[in-house]
Design a protein around this ligand. Structure first.
Ligand SMILES: [Zn+2]
Length: 356
């Protein structure tokens, strides 16, 4: 049995600010309470929420389920690692178990939880965003939020539940994607976007169209089997979508970007097409004509992270090898500033993962 130290390294943020407020500090080792386990973190992927926790909420306006914690904070919701200690009352988990944390925290008793829709929970919150997270050597999580990771799957590939669960929800559950349909993925180079490209392919989509910025990202999207559109080359990219789909438009469009892309995403939909949305990383107040929605029987569906069923489905696909998550970079935890910089400057294609 390895000797466990009394302190650990963690990325601590003590105030909003630039990269300089990200610091690796020695903090007390967390103790698992009743029903909890302590995990030796082996991989933790970044999400936009990690960036906003450091910089302040986008546009300075908090949105549901945003609830900022008082500083100092350690974020990190996408955690894979090894169970190192179990608290009282934990059954079925033992030191040495390889796990990923389901980041969805819910009450388990409200009408939405009872219906299996944990992210609609009246007390919904997110591990690592509203609780201390995994950008540290160790973290503590509820045992009921653990999923077992097969030995064949590297921790870096397992530490992606938030983006992959969201993309699954957008295309499969909310979008109702069926084999043979055409799909548009906007913001296709991000974590959710790359996940959506892989899920669309797995689901048997006919044409998968990826809107990205720049030739390099277009090349990477093409390598994943998508038809790329570089929005820097085609400002009116919805016209390209219509060309590619013989004038019809796509059946399903996933848009995690928001205001800058909404008008063109809506115009890219065929009659009766479904647009699913999960975020507003580019802005939350689009300016569009509602007649473009109802006159063509189009639907806009909110899909901000899936439920536990969505999570298990997509993680199962990753564990079986049916989906191979796209990682942009795997960096040591000490390079947390570089990881934030990559995300903030939108240099990434796929997930940015930190390894303590
Ligand atoms: Zn609930």
């Amino acid at each position: 049995m390895a000797v466990v130290p009394a302190t650990m390294k963690a990325v601590v943020i003590r105030r909003h600010g630039g990269l300089e407020v990200l610091n690796l500090e020695d903090v007390p080792l967390p103790t698992p309470g009743s029903g909890e386990v302590r995990i030796r973190v082996r991989a933790c992927a970044l999400n936009n929420m990690d960036i906003w926790a450091r910089s302040g909420p986008p546009g300075g306006r908090p949105v549901f389920p945003w609830r900022e914690r008082p500083f100092p904070i350690t974020t990190g919701g996408d955690v894979a690692g090894v169970v190192e200690a179990v608290g009282p009352g934990v059954d079925g988990w033992h030191p040495g178990d390889r796990v990923v944390i389901n980041p969805i925290l819910s009450c388990g008793v409200c009408e939405y939880c009872l219906a299996g829709e944990q992210t609609m929970c009246l007390r919904y919150h997110i591990f690592g965003e509203h609780t201390p997270g995994g950008l540290a050597e160790y973290t503590v999580a509820p045992a009921r939020n653990l999923l077992r990771v097969p030995d064949s799957v590297p921790f870096e590939k397992a530490a992606v539940p938030a983006a992959y669960c969201t993309a699954w929800r957008m295309l499969v559950t909310a979008g109702g994607l069926r084999a043979g349909e055409d799909v548009l993925v906007v913001g296709a180079s991000g974590g959710v976007g790359t996940a959506a490209l892989l899920i669309a392919k797995m689901a048997g989509a006919r044409r998968i169209i990826a809107v990205v910025g720049g030739a390099e990202k277009a090349g990477k999207a093409a390598a994943l089997g998508a038809v790329p559109i570089d929005h820097r080359e085609h400002a009116a990219w919805s016209e390209r979508v219509l060309e590619i789909t013989d004038g019809a438009g796509v059946h399903v469009a996933a848009d995690p970007v928001g205001a800058p892309t909404w008008v063109q995403t809506i115009r890219s939909l065929r009659r009766g097409g479904r647009m699913t949305i999960c975020g507003a990383s580019g802005g939350e107040r689009p300016d569009f004509d509602i007649r473009e929605v109802y006159q063509r029987h189009r639907r806009i569906i909110g899909a901000p992270m899936g439920n536990v069923g969505d999570l298990r489905a997509v993680m199962g696909a990753i564990f079986s090898g049916a989906i191979d998550p796209v990682l942009h970079a795997v960096l040591p935890l000490a390079q947390i500033r570089e990881a934030h910089r990559m995300m903030e400057r939108r240099e990434h294609f796929g997930k940015v993962v930190l390894t303590p």
